[in-house]
Design a protein around this ligand. Structure first.
Ligand code: SF4
Length: 180
């Protein structure tokens, strides 16, 4: 992995940690790519506002990622090192903290990855669909591939729900997968 100290080069994206295979986040075996390098912690703020009685750690599903040391790499290197020769990978899952707060890297990734693979792309976001309508429009302007989104806040008081599109049971049942 490249470890330059900044990502001012246009072809470099920032990741929170090493990409890795995941088996239970979606119906397809995925390469988890943690491109969400920050978050406004909207889930925590909303739970605090309703005096929900858990710690910040319990109120953010991705809290363990907050203090990760960032990594930097090109989309080409990501493809060559993690996807090209791994025939088990059936999709690419963009996750981390909040992917849709890092639109520069997200748009660059979507533009570049089509040069290397047609694997489905799944975006995990804590935003509600209506909050990111403009960002979805930007995404559709740079790629004509269908994108699978997982929308919605992490709300630990929700009952788990099986999602037909995602093919998994979501712990926070208000969340849902949608193909756009
Ligand atoms: S969107 Fe994700 S990272 Fe942000 S507060 Fe919610 S669970 Fe945590």
């Amino acid at each position: 992995m490249e470890t330059t100290s900044n990502n001012t080069q246009d072809d470099i994206i920032t990741l929170l940690e090493e990409p890795q295979m995941v088996f239970n986040d979606y119906k397809l075996t995925g390469l988890y790519v943690p491109m969400g390098i920050s978050c406004t912690f909207k889930c925590i703020k909303e739970l605090k506002a309703m005096n929900y009685p858990l710690t910040e750690k319990e109120n953010c599903h991705n809290h363990h990622l907050i203090n990760c040391t960032k990594k930097f790499m090109s989309v080409k290197k990501l493809y060559e090192d993690y996807i090209k020769n791994n025939y088990f990978i059936e999709c690419i899952i963009l996750s981390g903290l909040e992917v849709m707060d890092n639109m520069k890297d997200l748009l660059h990734f979507l533009k570049e990855i089509k040069n290397y693979t047609n694997l489905p792309v799944v975006i995990f976001t804590g935003y509600k669909e209506e909050e990111v309508a403009d960002k979805i429009k930007q995404i559709k302007e740079v790629t004509d591939r269908e994108i699978v989104f997982k929308f919605g806040r992490y709300q630990p008081y929700q009952k788990p729900r099986y999602d037909e599109i995602g093919g998994i049971t979501l712990a926070s049942g208000n969340q849902y997968f949608k193909i756009i």
